[in-house]
Write a protein that binds this ligand. Structure first.
Ligand SMILES: C[S@@+](CC[C@H](N)C(=O)[O-])C[C@H]1O[C@@H](n2cnc3c(N)ncnc32)[C@H](O)[C@@H]1O
Length: 359
């Protein structure tokens, strides 16, 4: 197996890091680190095993709002590349070029002529192409929606997304050779995401298992409707049903990543939002694509025997969530590696232990 730490040694992250990045250096907002203002601090931060945000809101605002591009944590990059495990001469498709660093690592391994990388942001793609050329690599850099893959370069032996999906685009399966591998962060919707590695079969499906947690930004077309949960819920406010629950809602946030995956598989089409401070916490569950859809909120208050639940809309999203969480407990809290997924042309299904046992 390739020693990716060696590859990183020959393709340093610093060669692909913009002069201005944002880093999570402690409590409070992410710190802006400017190479021109403090070259020593920039070097220090680039050497940390930490993600570095390089763009917010697709370039519209500086340092505010949703992070829309980043250099991932080096150890996470290595973990994904180990799962991908390309061999000599393999043709590799990367979705989410970002800085170009992963494309450079892949180029160093299989040859740039075998690497295609797709980036939705034209400015990022241009900058990445420049950095790649400066480092001596010339993979094909495509500006486009990676959800469509890049059919002109198919079939690929390996497809690696470096942005998360909540649905695996079927184009990736279609464009991967039988026996080929797709590796992507998968973000089901409740909280953190997980590593997903799929093998492509000869019947038009891909099947595989989840690995450890991986919190990545979502593929742009799969981002949930934005905004703060309270505003979102207020837009949909009508006939709010109130009850109480004995289940501490923080379990949905602080549980292992398999909770997110299992609950999201059983309560499809939702996202959660979580807010906490010294006085308590609120968990929101909202329909992911619809600001006017069903929603639920649960208020955790320290010292209480039970907690207020509000629900509105056609679905009772807290009832669904609580049932799903209790089912996961009854299964004996299965670890993330016991879950897998089958992706077909029309549907994708999460299963427990084996493909014949859908969740
Ligand atoms: C975590 S960053 C990728 C990091 C990158 N691999 C690197 O080495 O720097 C995720 C990237 O995915 C891109 N992206 C998001 N949605 C996309 C889409 N639909 N198609 C292609 N790229 C997309 C973002 O613009 C962002 O640059």
């Amino acid at each position: 197996m390739t020693d990716w730490h060696n590859v990183i040694g020959s393709v340093p992250r610093s060669s692909f890091t913009p002069d201005v990045v944002w880093a999570d250096l402690g409590p409070g907002p992410w710190a802006r680190v400017d190479r021109a203002a403090d070259p020593g601090e920039w070097e220090r931060v680039v050497a940390l095993d930490q993600p570095l945000v390089t763009q917010f809101e697709d370039g519209k605002a500086e340092g505010e709002g949703l992070a829309t591009s980043s250099l991932s944590m080096p150890e996470m990059v290595v973990g994904f590349l180990e799962q991908l495990d390309p061999y000599d001469h393999h043709r590799v498709l990367e979705i989410g070029t970002g800085s170009g660093w992963t494309a450079a690592l892949l180029s160093a391994r299989v040859g740039a002529e075998n690497v295609t990388t797709v980036e939705i942001s034209p400015e990022l793609a241009v900058r990445a192409g420049e950095r790649l050329r400066a480092a001596g690599f010339a993979p094909r850099v495509v500006v486009g929606d990676g959800a469509e893959g890049w059919a002109d370069g198919a079939p690929y032996d390996r497809v690696h997304a470096t942005c998360a999906v909540s649905r695996v685009p079927y184009a990736w399966v279609e464009q991967t050779r039988v026996g080929g591998v797709i590796v992507t962060p998968f973000s089901a919707g409740y909280g953190y995401g997980a590593v997903l590695r799929l093998d492509v079969l000869d019947d038009g499906t891909a099947v595989g298992r989840f690995g450890g947690s991986a919190d990545y930004m979502l593929l742009r077309s799969q981002r949930p409707a934005g905004g703060a949960a309270r505003t979102w819920a207020r837009a949909a406010e009508r006939d709010v049903r109130v009850r109480r629950t004995r289940l501490d809602p923080r379990a949905l946030r602080y549980g292992p990543v398999s909770v997110d995956l299992a609950v999201a598989a059983m309560v499809p089409g939702v996202v959660s939002r979580f807010y906490s401070d010294a006085d308590g916490a609120t968990l929101w569950v909202l329909e992911r694509d619809d600001h006017r859809g069903s929603w639920a909120s649960v208020e955790y208050e320290p010292g209480q025997a039970d907690f207020e639940v509000q629900q509105a809309g056609d679905r009772s999203l807290w009832d669904e969530t609580e049932d799903a969480y209790l089912r996961w407990l009854r299964w004996g809290r299965p670890d993330i590696t016991r879950f897998g997924m089958t992706v077909g042309a029309d549907a994708q299904r999460v299963w427990l232990d084996e493909p014949g046992n859908p969740v």
